[in-house]
Design a protein around this ligand. Sequence first.
Ligand SMILES: [Zn+2]
Ligand SMILES: [Zn+2]
Length: 256
Amino acid sequence: MKITMLGCGTSVGVPSLGILGWGKCNPNNPKNRRQRSSVLIQENGFNILIDAGPDVRNQLLDTKIEKIDAVLITHTHSDHISGLHELRPFFFGNRKNIPIYGNKNSINEIYKQFDFLFDKKPTSPSYFIPPMSLNEIKEGNIDFFGFDLDIFIQDHGNTQSLGFKFNNKFAYSTDVVKMPEENFELLNNLDLWIVEGLRDDPHEAHAHFDLTFEWINRVKPKKSILTHLGHVDYDYVLSICPENVYPGYDGMTFDL
Ligand SMILES: [Zn+2]
Ligand SMILES: [Zn+2]
C-alpha cells in the first residue's frame, strides 16, 4: 500500500491570504507550504482519494495518476469537498463513473452543493453523462476496492467526521477534537496513523498537539504523522514531537 500525503494544511492553507500569511512558519522551509488536507491510497492498481478540497487539482497533477477509483469523504467542511468538481477530467478519460462515499449527512450536503455532478437535467447538453455518483457509508467494516476498510465516527465539535482504517495497518483521522472511546481499540497496533494536530492551543473543533500526543500514547502506532497543521513552523513542531511522531508535509509518501 502506498500512501501519499497530498496536503497537510488547515482550512485556509499555509501561507494563507491576508495578514496571517505564514504566521509563525519560516517561509524559506518548503515543508511549511501546506495545501488543504487530503491523502491518496494506492494498492493493486486502485487509487482511493480521501477528501477533495480546493487544492485537489494541483495536488493530483503532481501524482500523475490517470484514474480515481473512489473518493472517501471525511465530512463536508469546504476545505474537504470544495474541489470535487475538479475530478471530472478523470471521467472524461475513461468514461467510468467516479463513486463518492460519505455518511448520510455528507452525501445530502454534497448533492445540495454539486447536483450537476450527479444528475442529467433538462438543460444539460445532449452528450452530458453525470461523472460521479453518491454512496452512503456507515460506521463498520467493509470490503472496499480490495481493502479491508474500517469506518469510524469522530467528534468534530458541532459536527462529526469519519475516520478510516485500511488493512489494519494505516488509519487517517483528521478534523477531530474528541476521539470516542470505542475507537481506541480499533486504532491499536497501527503501522501508521495520520492524525490531526492543529496547533499548540486548544480549539473547539480541532485537536491541539498535547491532546493528539495523548491519543498517540494510548494506541502507540509504529509511526504517527500530524496533519491539518496550522500556522506552526515545521522545525518547531518536530522539536516538540514525542518519539516516532512527526509533522506532516505535502508530498510525503509511505510504503506499508
Ligand atoms: Zn478541515
Ligand atoms: Zn472540518
